[in-house]
Design a protein around this ligand. Structure first.
Ligand SMILES: Nc1ncnc2c1ncn2[C@@H]1O[C@H](COP(=O)(O)OP(=O)(O)OP(=O)(O)O)[C@@H](O)[C@H]1O
Ligand SMILES: [Mg+2]
Length: 242
């Protein structure tokens, strides 16, 4: 078992004296899906952003395949093989689909054309609409474009923040299944999800965050079967103090 990404005791936040993450640790196993769940405001997006170099890590470390990458320059992440799909605003709506892909392929030099063709082959629905404005796509297609843009750099690790947010259950399932299928090619997926049941069914390991702390973690299947997790996150009856 190898861990592609290891975050240890991360304290991070948007302003110096107000940490949002208060010592969070997490590992993402190579070629597996690791999911982060937790209530709104728990710090899930902040954790992903801290790993991606978009929120300063005040203390703690992030390692990528054993090498320290704490507080990376965000524009160096692609070169390290790490792609980040933000929770919102992850495509340029006023550009065409092709222009969106060309933006991320701009450093690919002479390979750009063949990489674009390969992406369109993988996502035929996007290829059919490549001259349309990305803003005209359905929610599910927009997420697939965001994923295609992440894949343009041939990442080994993809950080995805709520890829199924706002999608129909069917589109959400498709996006999650696609993310899962990437692990067969050796890609490591670290995913934030609100859609807890679907996420636990497809993930290998799960971390639950609450108020900037690790609450619970374990094999996704075990958490799916855990009555306490079920009561809190899967629509079961909440336990109330007597
Ligand atoms: N840009 C920002 N500046 C200051 N505080 C922020 C900023 N973004 C988020 N926060 C604060 O950090 C805390 C954690 O937010 P975060 O977005 O990480 O939560 P989350 O678990 O991703 O929630 P959600 O499920 O709603 O996406 C919240 O209290 C939020 O108000
Ligand atoms: Mg979030």
């Amino acid at each position: 078992m190898t861990q592609a990404l290891v975050a240890k005791d991360i304290v991070a936040g948007y302003v110096p004296d107000l940490p949002i993450l208060k010592g969070v640790s997490l590992s993402a196993e190579t070629a597996k899906v690791t999911v982060i769940i937790g209530p709104n405001g728990a710090g899930k997006s902040t954790l992903i952003k801290a790993i991606a170099g978009l929120v300063p890590v005040l203390s703690g470390t992030v390692q990528l395949n054993g090498t320290d990458i704490t507080n990376p320059r965000p524009d160096r992440m692609g070169g390290l093989g790490v792609a980040y799909v933000p929770q919102s605003d992850n495509i340029f709506r006023s550009l065409t689909i092709r222009q969106n892909l060309d933006l991320v392929l701009r450093n690919a030099g002479k390979d750009a054309g063949s990489r674009r063709d390969a992406l369109f082959a993988q996502f035929p629905a996007l290829a059919d609409k490549q001259s349309d404005k990305a803003g005209a796509l359905s929610g599910g297609q927009r997420q697939f474009l965001a994923v295609a843009m992440a894949l343009a750099i041939n990442p080994k690790v993809i950080l995805m923040d709520e890829p199924s947010a706002g999608l129909s259950p069917k589109a959400a399932q498709e996006v999650l299944e696609y993310a899962k299928s990437l692990t067969e090619k050796g890609v490591t997926i670290l995913l934030v999800e609100q859609n807890v049941k679907q996420a636990l069914r497809m993930a290998d390991h799960c971390y639950i965050l609450a108020d900037g702390h690790n609450q619970v973690d374990g094999a996704a299947q075990d958490l799916l079967d855990d009555p306490v997790v079920g009561q809190i996150y899967l629509g079961g009856k909440r336990v109330t103090a007597a």
